[in-house]
Design a protein around this ligand. Structure first.
Ligand code: SF4
Length: 474
């Protein structure tokens, strides 16, 4: 699709709103109406207007008055005029209106810290950004949970350790993840480097209370038993373990009874076993190389080994899945009764195989996705769970959200702290990004590690050098 901007330069905002309606299009800015679809967006100093053309013929228009000359207000008016124009011919659900940010619940906490009441904030978001009342209720519920956790975690820090290896690459994956078969010879050197990073940051963590440790990836349980034991021993020897210590045991095909035992022996308090779906046909399609039966088996083994806090991740909107498949997945989870479930809606990421080959797949439309989300919500309620954290991504099918549900007192503190950005989190490993938050000013600074495993190993001294900035930032 082509777009023309007149009287403003909000190209990113224009594309973000267009992507709500046409997530898989490519967007090209031009000077004039082109062949195919063209959106013209203008701002005349008071009002934003949008016109949508197909083959040079005007198909729809929309407008919105800006209530001030602030950039953020002009941007909002531009976004809303575009949404009004396109929606007048597409008429799809706009659950989040024109909100495209990744952390919607933060808008509620920010409004509250400015002294606004919840009704005032939600009415503003409904009237000015077209956010539905259903999503506003979800935002408010989540914001309340997040506020409680953020308050309790003041002055503490988090620690993240990344293991960027997986057995195979999933169809939709855009993370830093390396297939284990090709990288197995580097794993020991990678752990050596992680241990050097742990040694280096210890002087900073010793002066703060660690609230949570999270080992994520990739799939940390891709490590063999010896490597997993070595990594967890290194963590235990260097840090005072907090009451929340999570390891992502994401892929059931990586789990053995011995690994589950090692996790327990090293005082891991929370694991995540992620089927994504409990339909074998879909699992094969998305390249997971495990079956639903393998997931059930891994989950039961984990229970037998004493893991009493298990999270499971699922994805709605996987190619070819309808209501029947979603119900099958939710019923399977209900039988197992995990402590928490994270319900994602599929995001078609730029770096994924799915993006490159999307025309091959039957994708879920927004109306169907809305029904699938409602089903997941009904089941989580039946399981006694409540939403406690939420985030959104670019290019999510139907522009919906990812929601973490949990039983009472089973929230993952780390997930909330990542979303709210009120706590410093020291991150180790390839592709890891350390974030420090100045609690007086809320100013965020980031220290990045290089992404590639090979670069991380060869440039470990440089990674340690970069972390010296923590001296002043923590
Ligand atoms: S398990 Fe997760 S990190 Fe690994 S390939 Fe699949 S989506 Fe990517």
């Amino acid at each position: 699709m082509y777009y023309v901007l007149k009287g403003h330069d909000f190209a990113d905002e224009t594309v973000s709103v267009l992507m709500i309606f046409y997530p898989n299009d490519k967007y090209i800015q031009t000077e004039d109406i082109a062949e195919g679809m063209t959106l013209v967006s203008s701002f005349d100093g008071a009002s934003a207007r949008a016109w949508l053309y197909s083959e040079g013929v005007l198909k729809a228009e929309g407008s919105e008055r800006a209530e001030s000359s602030q950039r953020s207000e002009i941007k909002r008016a531009v976004g809303l005029s575009i949404a009004r124009a396109v929606n007048s011919i597409m008429d799809i659900p706009l659950p989040w209106g024109i909100l495209t940010g990744v952390r919607p619940a933060k808008l509620i906490s920010e409004g509250r810290s400015e002294g606004k009441g919840i009704d005032e904030i939600t009415e503003h978001l409904h009237n000015k950004y077209l956010v539905s009342y259903e999503k506003l209720k979800l935002m408010s519920e989540v914001a309340e949970e997040e506020r409680r956790i953020v308050e309790a975690g003041k002055g503490k820090i988090g620690l993240y350790i990344g293991i960027p290896f997986c057995p195979t690459r999933c169809l939709y994956c855009s993370f830093t993840s390396y297939p284990l078969k090709q990288y197995s010879s580097r794993v020991d050197s990678y752990i050596d480097c992680l241990i050097r990073e742990m040694d280096f940051v210890k002087k900073y963590t010793d002066t703060k209370e660690i609230e949570s440790i999270y080992i994520g990836g990739g799939t940390p349980t891709s490590l063999d038993e010896y490597q997993l034991d070595r990594l967890l021993s290194a963590v235990e020897e260097r840090f005072i373990l907090p009451s929340e210590f999570t390891v992502e045991a994401g892929r059931p095909d990586t789990l053995t009874r011995e690994k589950l035992r090692i996790l327990k022996e090293h005082n891991v308090t929370r694991i995540s076993i992620n089927p994504q779906t409990l339909n074998d046909k879909t699992l094969e399609l998305i390249g997971r190389e495990h079956t639903a039966a393998m997931f059930f088996n891994a989950f039961e083994m984990a229970r037998e080994e004493g893991h009493d806090h298990i999270n499971t991740d699922i994805i709605l909107g996987l190619p070819g899945e309808g209501e029947e498949e979603v119900i099958n997945t939710m019923e399977g989870l209900e039988r197992l009764s995990p402590e928490s479930i994270t319900v994602h809606t599929l995001a078609v990421k730029r770096a994924s195989r799915l993006r490159e080959t999307i025309e091959k797949y039957a994708m879920t439309d927004a109306l169907t996705m809305e029904k699938h989300i409602a089903i997941s919500r009904q089941y989580t309620e039946k399981m006694g769970m409540r939403p406690y954290y939420m985030y959104r991504q670019k290019n999510m099918v139907g522009n919906f959200e990812n929601v973490g549900y949990c039983k009472e007192n089973c929230q993952c503190i780390y997930n909330v702290q990542i979303m709210e950005e009120k706590q410093s989190i020291i991150a180790l490993g390839a592709g890891a990004s350390t974030k420090t938050v100045d609690t007086r000013t809320d100013r965020i600074e980031r220290i990045f590690n290089v992404k590639s495993v090979d670069d991380y190993i060869t440039r470990i001294d440089e990674m340690l050098e970069r972390k010296k900035a923590l001296e002043k930032l923590l």
